[in-house]
Design a protein around this ligand. Structure first.
Ligand code: SAH
Ligand code: MG
Length: 217
């Protein structure tokens, strides 16, 4: 067997042993988000946040973009991985959720690195300044639009830059017979497309809800 079926205890163990476990702002942001109830499940997991910060730092990324910010947890982790002069553009269309994000980014001292743009993501992507390029992209908004986000962002990724797509195992539902949900169908198509796409090298990491990690060739 080449994979682990996690139990709650084993997952808790894995989630515990990470360098950012004592970060008070991250912890407060998880608490503030949990108060939103069911919507809180959209927030990335703690080990995913730690992994993304590490990846951003290890690759020396300076220019990053996120599509789907919610209350700002993934953005905070990415911003922490960027150097002091690094920049993260965040796209979302919700003012209330991103107000929580802004508050915690300020407290964490990363607000100056983040440029939050409110509006439909595809519109914001169309309106990006023509000269902007990115080293790192995280895609986590409307699943049926992932492919369109990809096509809009890929030309702006530098060679060897990374794109991460969240929820690419879609709660385990992609193998359901008679899958009809537009989100599930879109993600299933995209997993296949990315794998066949000569423009990128990819691997589907089966942790959290499945992360497609793509390197631009
Ligand atoms: N990355 C976040 C979770 C994102 S949840 C975290 O770590 O917490 C998905 C977000 O995408 C929501 O905040 C929602 O407002 C936003 N979203 C969904 N469709 C969108 C669209 N078409 N344009 C802009 N934002 C969108
Ligand atoms: Mg997600």
């Amino acid at each position: 067997m080449k994979y682990l079926s996690l139990t709650d205890d084993l997952y808790s163990y894995a989630a515990k042993w990470r360098s950012d476990a004592d970060d008070a702002v991250l912890s407060d942001l998880r608490v503030a988000t949990a108060k939103l109830g069911d919507d809180a499940r959209m927030q990335i997991s703690v080990e995913q946040g730690a992994f993304m910060r590490l990846l951003v730092a290890a690759t020396g990324a300076r220019h990053a973009i996120e599509v789907g910010t919610f209350t700002g947890y993934s953005a905070l982790c990415v911003a922490q991985g960027l150097p002091a002069d690094g920049r993260l553009i965040c796209l979302d269309m919700d003012d209330d959720w991103t107000a929580i994000a802004r508050e915690h980014w300020s407290r964490a001292g990363v607000a100056d690195k983040i440029d939050l743009r409110i509006g439909p993501a595809l519109e914001s992507l169309r309106n990006l300044e023509p000269d902007l390029e990115f080293d790192f992209a995280f895609i986590d908004a409307d699943k049926t639009e992932y492919d369109a986000y990809y096509e809009a962002i890929l030309p702006r990724i530098r060679p060897n830059g990374l794109l991460l797509f969240d929820n690419m195992l879609w709660g385990g539902g992609l193998l359901d017979e008679g899958l009809e949900h537009p989100s599930g169908l879109a993600l299933k198509d995209l997993n296949e497309k990315l794998t066949r796409d000569p423009r990128v090298e990819n691997a589907l990491l089966p942790f959290a809800d499945g992360i497609q990690i793509c390197r631009k060739r």
